[in-house]
Design a protein around this ligand. Structure first.
Ligand code: UTP
Length: 291
């Protein structure tokens, strides 16, 4: 895989049941961490990795994501008229000018693998990124996780999946890899197992929401039969890819917040507040006092 990473897919068609009732009307990806929705952090990371085409796999209820990246004519003209240029720049700055968005629909929530497959007509046969916005990965001023992975994929001509060590008793919540180390942060994947019980898990290296994959994965996804819960699993197609191409598991630099659950969103919010000089002192004070 030697081409630059131009296209990034955001599978955002899940039901978000862990945030009901809010997700009856608010897409999970629009939940804010401070003043920016999760999808903005994900898009910024993709743009940082070099992407110029963002493919959102949505469902028919998630208009808010398209609206968010669209021009807000009335708001922008009001801010311009009242000379609120800082706010205007913020509203206009959700997406750089050279980046385009493409929206495709996943008609039914048939799993992450199926959602990625829905992006095939837009991505075609080239390496692409996949970012799950509910895994917010923050690396401060350093390169984002997807950029680190794109560089590795390019240098090693390999697919790359992001992994993180998780406590043994949580292996049944993740895809788990068995891999042999090739460098400090990278390991060659030998096996992937979806949600193994702790006693049979081959390691505690869990796949988290970032992937750099070759276009070939689409053909493998087309051949993948539904697994647990009738869902088409991305890990099954990655398992098939292992027989053909090298795939690296990569321990990224940065901190992952699992914002798909309530505690993760709370932690991300606190971490971002502590990283913001304007909010940090009062946040620290609050944490010290809260009962
Ligand atoms: P999750 O497993 O977090 O599911 O999906 P979910 O529906 O978003 O949330 P819960 O578990 O009901 O609270 C992981 C990612 O895969 C996407 C989701 O949008 C999320 O980004 N996904 C999942 C799809 O796009 N389509 C699917 O059919 C399933």
């Amino acid at each position: 895989m030697s081409k630059r990473l131009r296209k990034v897919v955001f599978p955002v068609a899940g039901l978000g049941t862990r945030f009901l009732p809010a997700t009856k009307v608010v897409a999970k990806e629009m939940l804010p961490v401070l003043d920016r929705p999760l999808i903005q952090y994900a898009v910024d990371e993709a743009v940082d990795a070099g992407a110029d085409t963002l493919v959102f796999v949505t469902n028919r209820y998630k208009h808010a994501i398209a609206d968010y990246f669209d021009k807000a004519y009335e708001l922008e003209s009001k801010l311009a008229q009242s000379g609120k240029n800082d706010l205007l720049a913020m509203v206009q700055g959700t997406l750089p000018k050279h980046v385009r968005c493409v929206f495709v629909t996943q008609p039914e929530a048939l799993g992450l693998g199926h959602a990625v497959l829905c992006a095939k007509p837009v991505v075609g046969d080239e390496p692409f990124g996949v970012v799950l916005p509910d895994d917010l990965i923050w690396n401060g001023k350093g390169p984002g996780a997807l950029r680190q992975m794109a560089e590795l994929a390019d240098a090693q001509h390999a697919g790359v999946i992001a992994v993180e060590e998780v406590p043994r008793d949580q292996t049944n919540k993740y895809g788990i890899v068995d891999a042999s180390p090739v460098s400090e942060r990278a390991a060659k994947v030998k096996l992937v197992v979806e949600k193994p019980k702790p006693e049979v898990a081959p390691s505690n290296l869990a796949i988290v929401g970032r992937y750099v994959l070759p276009g070939r994965i689409f053909e493998l996804l087309e051949k993948t039969t539904p697994g647990a819960g009738g869902e088409i699993q991305l890990t099954d197609a990655i398992e098939a890819l292992l027989g053909e191409q090298s795939v690296l598991a990569y321990r990224f630099e940065g901190t992952r917040f699992d914002c798909g659950n309530k505690l993760g969103l709370v932690k991300a919010t606190l971490a971002m507040a502590l990283a913001d000089p304007a909010l940090a002192p009062a946040t620290r004070e609050f944490i010290a006092d809260v009962r």
